[in-house]
Structure formats: structure tokens, C-alpha cells
Design a protein around this ligand. Sequence first.
Ligand code: HEC
Ligand code: HEC
Ligand code: HEC
Ligand code: HEC
Length: 126
Amino acid sequence: MELKISILFALIIAAILGYSTLDDGNAITFLENSGFKNPQSPPSAFDHDYHDLDLDIECEKCHHVYENGVLVKDKSSHEKRCIECHPLNATDEYKVPLLQAFHSGCQDCHIKEEKGPLMCGECHKR
Ligand code: HEC
Ligand code: HEC
Ligand code: HEC
Ligand code: HEC
């Protein structure tokens, strides 16, 4: 009986963990920089849970969708990573390269809200 309960408990935990890492990015606390060739800075701090849940920012604000160059309202691309659209160097199809996508994507809001880090070392913590 006790064994059954602990197995059930383990399954529930696995389901919760699986859900939070696969479906909503909530387990993220640092960003992945391996898409950059020879990364120069430590990966940026980014508490996904804090931005998504505590600050209550909608998914599509960061995980946006464009059609024919026009932002589509209320549609999210959260099943894709930024690098799947934003290339390292701009192309005719994607004019915003990956570094600019991250830097503008993060800092424009921090500037607008007058909150959140703007100094290199506040995000790229050593
Ligand atoms: C609001 C947070 C934030 C601030 C402030 C910030 N960055 Fe970044 N930066 C990022 C994110 C996010 C990425 C992409 C993922 C990663 O590298 O962690 C990135 C990527 C980079 C990269 C490409 C990856 C690499 O390591 O080579 C460089 C270089 C970089 N930043 C340098 C800087 C410098 C220099 C400053 C200050 C002038 C700065 N960043 C300020 C968030 C920030
Ligand atoms: C403040 C910006 C922001 C908000 C709001 C946000 N996310 Fe994210 N999310 C990110 C960033 C940045 C990443 C890392 C993307 C990358 O590494 O390319 C990420 C990663 C993810 C991932 C992992 C993607 C992968 O393939 O590894 C999922 C899933 C995800 N988010 C879902 C969501 C959902 C669902 C919501 C709304 C409930 C949401 N996010 C809200 C910025 C945000
Ligand atoms: C499904 C494809 C797709 C994904 C995924 C995507 N973007 Fe974009 N993004 C675009 C397109 C298209 C544009 C319009 C400009 C262009 O052609 O590059 C754009 C524009 C931008 C811009 C400039 C306009 C603005 O909103 O300030 C930023 C910054 C940006 N993206 C950041 C991000 C970040 C950060 C991520 C990951 C969390 C991300 N994007 C994921 C397609 C995508
Ligand atoms: C739509 C708005 C918005 C976007 C987009 C956004 N942030 Fe923030 N972020 C905030 C606000 C607001 C705060 C400050 C909250 C406070 O101080 O009360 C913050 C705080 C932070 C902090 C400090 C958190 C702490 O623990 O003190 C870091 C680090 C950070 N953001 C990184 C990022 C990175 C990296 C990105 C891009 C991937 C990003 N943010 C995108 C709004 C945003």
C-alpha cells in the first residue's frame, strides 16, 4: 500500500515537473546561449516563472507571431525557441538577428517599465 502511494506520488511529481519544463518554460532561470558561436558572456539570468506568473506578462508578448510582417494579436509561438526564427545574421525573411531579438526583446520592456536590469552584469551575472 505504502509503495503504491509513493509510486503514485512520484508520478504526480513527474507530471508536474514535465509539465512545467515542457509546456510553459517555468523551470527556466538562465537562458541558453549555445546558439551563439563562441559565447562571450555568461548566460543571461531570466526567471521565466517570475516574468510569466508574478509579473503576469502574456505569453505572446515575448513568444510572438508575425504574418506577412504584421504582428498577430493573441497568438503565441511558445512551442518554438527564438533561434528557430531569428537567425544569427539578418536575412531577407528575418530582419532582426538573434542578439538584437534578445537584447531588444528584454531591454525595451525594462526601459518602458522603468524596472528590470539594463546593465550588462545584471543579466550576464558572473
Ligand atoms: C536584460 C538583460 C540583458 C542585458 C542588460 C544585456 N544582455 Fe546581453 N544578452 C541577454 C540575453 C537574454 C542574451 C541571449 C542569451 C544569452 O546569451 O544568455 C544575450 C546575449 C548576449 C551576447 C551574445 C552571446 C555571447 O555571450 O556572446 C553578448 C555578446 C551580450 N549579450 C553582451 C552584452 C553586453 C556587452 C551588455 C551590456 C552592454 C549586455 N549584453 C546587456 C540579455 C541581456
Ligand atoms: C517575458 C518574456 C516571456 C514571457 C511572458 C513568456 N515567456 Fe516563455 N520563454 C521566454 C524566453 C526568452 C524563453 C527562452 C527561449 C529560447 O531559449 O529561445 C522562453 C521559453 C519558453 C519555453 C521553452 C521553449 C523551448 O523550446 O525550449 C516554453 C514552452 C515557454 N517559454 C512557454 C511560455 C508560455 C506558455 C508562456 C505564457 C504562459 C510564456 N512562455 C511566457 C520568454 C517569455
Ligand atoms: C515564429 C517565428 C518567431 C519566433 C519564434 C520569435 N520571433 Fe521575434 N520576430 C519574428 C518576426 C517575423 C519579426 C519581425 C521582424 C523580422 O522580420 O525579423 C520579429 C521581431 C522581433 C523583434 C523586433 C520587434 C519587437 O517586437 O520589438 C524582437 C525584439 C523579437 N522579435 C524578439 C524575439 C524573442 C526574444 C523571441 C523568443 C522569445 C522571438 N522573437 C521569437 C518572428 C519570430
Ligand atoms: C514585458 C516586459 C518584460 C520583458 C519582455 C522582460 N522583462 Fe525582465 N523584468 C520586467 C520587469 C517589470 C522587471 C522588474 C520587476 C521588479 O523589479 O519589480 C524585470 C526584472 C528582470 C530581472 C531581475 C529580476 C530579479 O530577480 O531581480 C532580470 C534578470 C530580467 N528581468 C531579465 C529579463 C530577460 C533576460 C528578458 C528577455 C529574455 C526579460 N527580462 C524580458 C519586465 C520584462
